[in-house]
Design a protein around this ligand. Sequence first.
Ligand SMILES: [Zn+2]
Length: 451
Amino acid sequence: MRRLIAVVAVMRAPSVLAYTVAALAALAMAGAPFGVHRAVHAQVSPSSRVVAVVGATIVNLGGGPGVANATVVIEGERITAVGPAASTTIPPGAEVIRANGRFISPGLMNMHTHYGLVLPGRQGAELANETEAALALRMAANARTSLLTGVTTTRSTGEIKRADFALRRAIERGEAVGPRIHTAGETLNVTGGHGWNPNKQGLDSPDDFRRAVRQRHSEGAEWIKIAISGGIADTHGDIAASQMTKDEVAAVTETAHRLSMKVTAHSGSPGATLEAIDAGLDCVEHGYFLTDAVLTKMAEKGVWLVPTIVVAQPTVMEFFKKIGSPDWYLARVASVGESHFKMLQNAIKHKVKIALGTDQFPYEPNDGTTATVREAQYYVEAGMTPLQALRSATIEAATMLGIQDRVGAIEPGMLADLVITEADPSRDIKALRGIRLVMKGGTVYRNELPR
Ligand SMILES: [Zn+2]
């Protein structure tokens, strides 16, 4: 029954009118031909339907050549068979999607998103009195466009008013269209710290933090996000300042781990990050100023890095202009850009585990593509191979979330989350600029392949 609701919801969606201008821009920039109207109406597969994608090469995330002229059989929401056309049977009655000469990769995963993102400046002022209902609808639109640009799983690293939980539920029920969502709920911060809301009580002791972790757990969060240093969007304070005490961070990690939750930290600070790693931190966001010593320790302890490099590089400026960012904000962006990129280069050299995240809407137009794809391209510019960058956007992210048995690879038993591109992104990451088909859970949400 739930599935049926999903079908109705998607089929009713007008093909073009429902999309924001940004969405269309992003789709166009993602390499869509001009006939995007034809492309974006959803095709829906009821759970009983069998689909076979034929003729494409499966990108090999382990390196080496992929399966050429492959047949991928999808029954309901899962992949049931993958192999060369010659030896893989297409079940009778299957709907066949011909993707000859193209490449199939797992759906993209973006591990640092805020569907309700509000930043200082004109856009922030316009949203100052946004109601909870308006926030939820705006977030749903952002989730939908993210999926249409090829992002099938995201992790929310700070939302408000529990709208992320409502959105996740709506997507799971088929009432809204969007990626699979893992979330940290609302960020935990000290009084006056990064992301602190002056109208709310800050957290200022280990007990405060323990209570907040348990609160997030009760709301349904899988992650806890703490702010251990300053940030670009703060109106005051040093981005590299260390904001939480050791015993506060330890209270978070200990409580979260007892509840099988993972902890990630917004951090630009080497000192704060070293302390937090000692306290059991699982993941670091941004890492603007991390030194070799910190990166070495992260590699040793298996602490993840989600770089969000795209927020502080020159190609992001079109976005900041669009939202009317004030000069002080642009100056803060500029002050971290160079160090941030060097940090990423060093992290790659030190073999720190990296999962892709943007800190922008996954579909946000950037340099002629989306923020997600541009982020992956920056990883290659900083020293990753295209294969490593593709992995950071797929199987590595799935591993970080602990769901690598369900998503992040094109194999029997996995959820059928995939994208089809004209070229092989494991050889040239820019191939992700040309996504032609997006499937999530066996349902095609976008198809620009010739019929
Ligand atoms: Zn963020």
